[in-house]
Every structure is written in structure tokens, then in C-alpha cells.
Design a protein around this ligand. Structure first.
Ligand code: T4K
Length: 420
């Protein structure tokens, strides 16, 4: 039984026992049928074929393409390398327009190959790139748009692709969060020139590390296949510049096993999302992002917006309360790529054109979900949030008394490194 949190004094922040004995994570991986996975692993070892487009990778690609209704799926070692390869295979150069409110890999995949990421503001309600703000950012150097289907909600693909057609730009989507999601009758995977998926351990369908690029373009798919395998066209012949973006057989085995439990994972995520919504309903200044308008959503992120002007605690104060209770809520994707290096130095004025990004980044808090979280956990988390918000003033006062000169900071990993 989790300790009851009825009074401010019960909070772990002020000496009470934490609500959970060990940490509850946002990205705790789904495992699926362990026995089936181990069988596949045995088979891989027996065959002595571990990587380089083996039978498990081929089966995984076929299954993913079939599921998404797209002609080609090219499996990759992760989504970041997948994005880098897709960007290069699409011939993007110069400048590419993307949202700043995304995981930093989206921007890094461009900057890594000396393409300038030009950050566009988002819609404050959906957190997605705002198509109305794209055209003003197009210059003679612009070669593409990189939309992000954040939290699994598809971008306004019609508006983005209309701009791209008019201005002769390529369109790539970062679909890292959007596996299994759809717009109308269409699944994410076939929009734009190509889409990039992540199957990282923290994604609801995972391959430990992994990713894929999907496309309906035969030539592009052929280029992607060459580029992820050093450009080899035969045993001794290289026909293209390439890198190593290959997925391993073990990763594909995990992916296939994960896919077999996909509907069960979605059902758990959907239930968790509903329970959070019910348990946090009616709290002033609190909004839980809903996805009722999205066809076939995967519900893999539970995203809370804490409006510091209306809620009794600011987002970071609430996060501090939760962290001390072993509830590792995350401030994804604070503070926005434009406020991280190297972008902060390369484009110091970016914040002026990104007011909605700044506002959203100050509010978001992702809560633990996936199969690692059960209804009782959500009840406990909901009770902690409710109690903390009903006692906001007292919590602030206590914090001021106990740590008078220490600013409120959310614990985070810090790596000191001298890059000079
Ligand atoms: N585009 C977008 C929009 C993305 O969100 C991402 C990745 C990418 C591109 C790039 O995809 P990949 O190249 O990774 O395929 C995590 C993930 O590492 C990252 O894949 C993901 N997005 C991002 C949103 O979250 P961090 O830096 O937050 O990871 P970390 O180590 O803090 O782990 C997240 C949480 O999950 C922690 O609370 C711990 C927990 N966890 C993690 C792992 C790896 C577990 O419980 N078990 C585990 O095995 O980036």
C-alpha cells in the first residue's frame, strides 16, 4: 500500500515516506511476450545471422509497411540516424523549417550535416508546428519542411504539403511518437516524401534501440537502403555515399514481439489516459492533452499543462513535489531546441518569433504511463497532484522556510564536460 498523502506534512518533500518505493518512469519500456522473444533470440543465435538485413529485419519491415499501408519501410538503428539519412537522401541542404518544441534529435539531424534548422512556432493548443507561420520563414536557401507529429498527433499535413508544393520544398515528418496513429482513414507513415519512426526502448513499440523510414517513393526507398549500408550495391562495389544505419536481428526480434502486443499496449495506454483524465478533472489551471480527435491514437504520452497563473503551483514546483515521491514526471520538451546549444548561440534571437513555444515549454509535464503503471499507481499519482494543488500556498511557505535561499529546481542529470 502506498502511504496516504493527506496533509502537506505527509509529502516526501517535507520528510514523509515517498508515495512509491522505487521510481515510476515516463518511458518504462513495454516488454511483450518474453517467451516469444527468447525463442526468436535462440533462433537468431542458431542461424548465426545477426545483422545486415537478415530475415527478422526483413519480416519487421514487411509487417510495419503492411500495418501502416505504405509501400516501403526501411528499418534503421534508431530514429536519429534514420532522420539524418532521410534528410540526405531527400537532398535537403541550406535551411529546413521545423518546430523548436521537439526532442533535440530533430534539430541535430539537420545541424549534424550543416543544414540550418529554422525554428517555427507551434500552435499552443496542439503543440504542433503552425503552418500559418511557415511561409514567412522561407528564404532562397530553404529546401524543406520537417514537421513533427508531437505526442502522436498528426501535423496539419494538408496545409504543410500545400505550402511545399507551391514553394518546391521537400517534406519529411518526424513520426517518432506517432506509430499506429492516423489522420482520417490514413495512418501516419505515408505522408509527405517520407516519415521517420522511433522504436527506442521508451516508445510503446520498441526494438531496444531502433527506427524506420517509411515512404511511397520507390527511388527514395532504394537510396535509403543503399545509404544505410555504406552505399554498397554489391559485395565489392559502392555506388553511393553511405553510413551504417542498420537495425540488428535482435532488435527486429524485439520489434516483431512488440508488434504482436501492439493492441494490448494501446489498450493499457488508453485506459491509463482515461484514468488520469478522470482523476485530474476540474483542477484549476490544469489541462490534460486529449487526443479524441485523432484516429487510431497510441496514447503513449500523458501530457499535463500546468498554467502557473491559474494553478496553485507552478509546473516546476509540482514537478519537484512529484519527483520527491518517486514519480519521475518529465518536462518534455523544455526549454525548446532554440534554447539549447548549439542553436542558442547560432540563433540568439529565435525566442522573439517563438512566443507559443516559450509558453507551452513552461507548462508541460509528462506523467508516467505504459504497462509499467497500473490503475492503483494512477490513483496515487492523482491524489498527490490534487493534494499538492489544493495546498499550493502552504507548500510554497514550507519550501521557503526549509530551504530559504535555494531556488526550486527539478532534479536532472547533469554531465560536466569541457568541449573546448
Ligand atoms: N524525434 C522525436 C520527436 C523524439 O522524441 C525522439 C526520441 C527522436 C526523434 C529520436 O529517436 P531515437 O533516435 O531515440 O530513436 C528519451 C528517449 O531516449 C528518446 O528516444 C525519446 N525521443 C525522448 C522523448 O525520450 P531521454 O533523454 O528523456 O531518455 P532517458 O534516459 O531520460 O529515459 C526516459 C525515461 O525512461 C526515464 O525516466 C527513464 C526511463 N527508461 C529509459 C530507458 C532507456 C526506462 O525506464 N528504461 C529504459 O530502458 O530521451
Amino acid at each position: 500500500m502506498s502511504p496516504l498523502k493527506e496533509r502537506v506534512e505527509d509529502l516526501a518533500l517535507f520528510g514523509g515516506p515517498p508515495a512509491f518505493p522505487s521510481q515510476k518512469h515516463v518511458g518504462s519500456p513495454n516488454i511483450g511476450d518474453r517467451r516469444r522473444l527468447l525463442q526468436r533470440m535462440e533462433d537468431i543465435l542458431d542461424r548465426r545471422w545477426l545483422t545486415n538485413g537478415g530475415p527478422y529485419v526483413q519480416e519487421f519491415e514487411t509487417r510495419v509497411a503492411g500495418l501502416l499501408g505504405v509501400k516501403h519501410c526501411v528499418a534503421m538503428c534508431n530514429a536519429t540516424v534514420g532522420l539524418e539519412i532521410a534528410i540526405r537522401a531527400l537532398g535537403m541542404t541550406g535551411e529546413v523549417i521545423l518546430p523548436s518544441f521537439t526532442f533535440v534529435a530533430t534539430a541535430h539531424a539537420l545541424q549534424w550535416q550543416r543544414i540550418r534548422p529554422v525554428f517555427c512556432d507551434v500552435d499552443p493548443l496542439t503543440h504542433l508546428i503552425d503552418p500559418a507561420k511557415i511561409e514567412a520563414l522561407i528564404t532562397p536557401e530553404t529546401t524543406g519542411i520537417l514537421g513533427v507529429h508531437l505526442w502522436g498527433r498528426p501535423c496539419d499535413t494538408q496545409a504543410i504539403e500545400a505550402i511545399a508544393r507551391r514553394r518546391g520544398l521537400k517534406v519529411l515528418y518526424d513520426a517518432a511518437h506517432a506509430f499506429g496513429c492516423g489522420r482520417g482513414a490514413r495512418k501516419v507513415g505515408g505522408f509527405g516524401d517520407a516519415e521517420a519512426f522511433s522504436f527506442h526502448a521508451t516508445k510503446f513499440v520498441n526494438t531496444f534501440e531502433g527506427g524506420a523510414i517509411t515512404t511511397n517513393d520507390d527511388d527514395l526507398a532504394a537510396r535509403l537502403r543503399l545509404m544505410k549500408n555504406f552505399g554498397f550495391v554489391g559485395y565489392d562495389d559502392v555506388g553511393y555515399i553511405g553510413t551504417n544505419g542498420k537495425m540488428t536481428e535482435i532488435a527486429a526480434a524485439m520489434g516483431l514481439t512488440s508488434l504482436e502486443s501492439l493492441s494490448q499496449f494501446v489498450a493499457v495506454n488508453r485506459r491509463n489516459h482515461r484514468l488520469y483524465r478522470e482523476s485530474l478533472a476540474g483542477l484549476p489551471g490544469i489541462r490534460l492533452l486529449d487526443f479524441d480527435d485523432v484516429a487510431d491514437h497510441n496514447f503513449q504520452y500523458v501530457v499535463l499543462e500546468v498554467d502557473g497563473g491559474k494553478a496553485a503551483l507552478h509546473r516546476d514546483e509540482l514537478a519537484q513535489v512529484l519527483w520527491s515521491e518517486n514519480i519521475v514526471a518529465r518536462r518534455y520538451f523544455f526549454p525548446g531546441c532554440h534554447r539549447m546549444e548549439p542553436y542558442r548561440s547560432l540563433d540568439p534571437g529565435a525566442a522573439e518569433r517563438l512566443p507559443a513555444t516559450t509558453e507551452v515549454a513552461a507548462r508541460v509535464l509528462s506523467l508516467p504511463t505504459n504497462t509499467g503503471v497500473d490503475p492503483h499507481d494512477i490513483e496515487v499519482i492523482g491524489r498527490v497532484v490534487r493534494m499538492a494543488l489544493s495546498q499550493g500556498e502552504r507548500i510554497r511557505r514550507r519550501l521557503a522556510e526549509t530551504t530559504p535561499k535555494t531556488p526550486i529546481v527539478v532534479p536532472h542529470r547533469k554531465i560536466e564536460v569541457d568541449l573546448a
